[in-house]
Design a protein around this ligand. Structure first.
Ligand SMILES: NC(=O)c1ccc[n+]([C@@H]2O[C@H](COP(=O)([O-])OP(=O)(O)OC[C@H]3O[C@@H](n4cnc5c(N)ncnc54)[C@H](OP(=O)(O)O)[C@@H]3O)[C@@H](O)[C@H]2O)c1
Length: 314
């Protein structure tokens, strides 16, 4: 359990606070009475981070000096910074933001007396495999998931239980009104969404609100040096998921394409991820006392799509 902070609960620094996961992690900690600091690069994003419950702090995970005051005296840091747009010279700094970002945050944690570092990764690091995936299952990080895996390794190398506890969270497919889910909805609405070979392979999902509470559970009850899967515990076939979304939107079920044409269209790594079997267990996280509000995708997706149609009627 993280030590109680000055306000009787705790203080957390969320790095990547303006992002899809970051904002929800801010909300979860704030709703539990924690003092939340939200690191943002762009001052224009202050408002949304404040509304979610954090005090915005402008900084950059690639600029170590900007992290020192932000981290100082916090009980925990959560690193979900990712996906920076290419810089002015056109360089993609995604790997630096994740992997070097961890190293800078470890330094900031040590100098600021922070005892817990949580690093968000993703369940795509697991190998395509039959059977239920646990945290002990085989990994085979490819493409972008290689970056998340290297981020995990860099973080775990800094784990010193009692001094700096490092914990890894591997969310599954996080659905909510943003990230990958929004383009899926748009493509289905245009009858332009496809699944590979009927989409019989199993994916694992988790709703955005449950993602926030999952990170909170790991921060407050997780064991140092451990990895936790963050999924709803009810894997479902990709095609079943996409067909359900299409039905809810009043569109026809997505068409099927072969693996070969998907590899040509999206690239082999993405096609591999789409077609992989990753039925994943959340038993380890649930043993910490975490329970998803949406225990299977139908209830959660209905909620997201209902909110979306109320926001833009007709
Ligand atoms: N979305 C999913 O379904 C999902 C599922 C499982 C795992 N994950 C993993 O979770 C992580 C976060 O994903 P996401 O979907 O939340 O991404 P996102 O919406 O793109 O958010 C990334 C955040 O990182 C910030 N950031 C980028 N570069 C930074 C820098 N140099 N310093 C400080 N902050 C920086 C961005 O700030 P700006 O707004 O200023 O660019 C943004 O707030 C990724 O590693 C992803 O692989 C995501």
């Amino acid at each position: 359990m993280a030590s109680p902070g000055r306000n009787g609960h705790g203080t957390v620094l969320v790095v990547g606070a303006s992002g899809f996961l970051g904002l929800e992690i801010v909300r979860a900690f704030a709703q539990h009475g924690w003092e939340v600091r939200g690191l943002i690069r762009d001052p224009a994003k202050r408002g949304r981070v404040r509304t979610a419950g954090a005090t915005p702090i402008v900084g950059d995970v690639l600029e170590p000096s900007s992290l020192l005051a932000a981290a100082s005296g916090a009980d925990a840091i959560v690193h979900v910074a990712a996906n920076p747009p290419a810089d002015r010279g056109g360089t993609d700094r995604s790997r630096e933001v994740r992997v070097d970002g961890v190293r800078h945050l470890v330094e900031a944690a040590r100098s600021g007396g922070v005892r817990r570092l949580l690093v968000g990764s993703g369940y795509w690091v697991y190998a395509d495999q039959p059977g239920l995936i646990t945290e002990e299952s085989r990994v085979d990080p490819r493409g972008e998931s290689r970056v998340n895996y290297d981020t995990e390794r860099a973080a775990l190398a800094a784990n010193r239980p009692g001094e700096l506890d490092v914990l890894i969270v591997r969310p599954g497919m996080v659905y909510g009104d943003g990230a990958w889910f929004r383009p899926v909805v748009t493509a289905i609405e245009r009858d332009a969404y496809h699944v590979i070979d009927e989409g019989k392979n199993l994916w694992s999902f988790v709703s955005l609100p449950d993602t926030g509470t999952g990170f909170f559970a790991v921060a407050t009850a997780g064991r140092p040096g451990e990895v936790y899967n963050l999924v709803d515990g009810h894997p479902a076939a990709w095609g079943e998921f996409a067909t359900f979304v299409a039905q809810r939107l009043g569109h026809r079920a997505p068409a099927t394409i072969t693996f070969g044409s998907a590899a040509r269209e999206y690239g082999p790594e993405i096609a591999h991820h789409l077609a992989a079997n990753r039925a994943t267990s959340s038993a380890k996280l649930q043993a910490l006392g975490w329970q998803p509000k949406f225990p299977e995708f139908r209830s959660g997706v209905s909620e997201v799509l209902g909110r979306r149609s109320r926001a833009s009627p007709g």
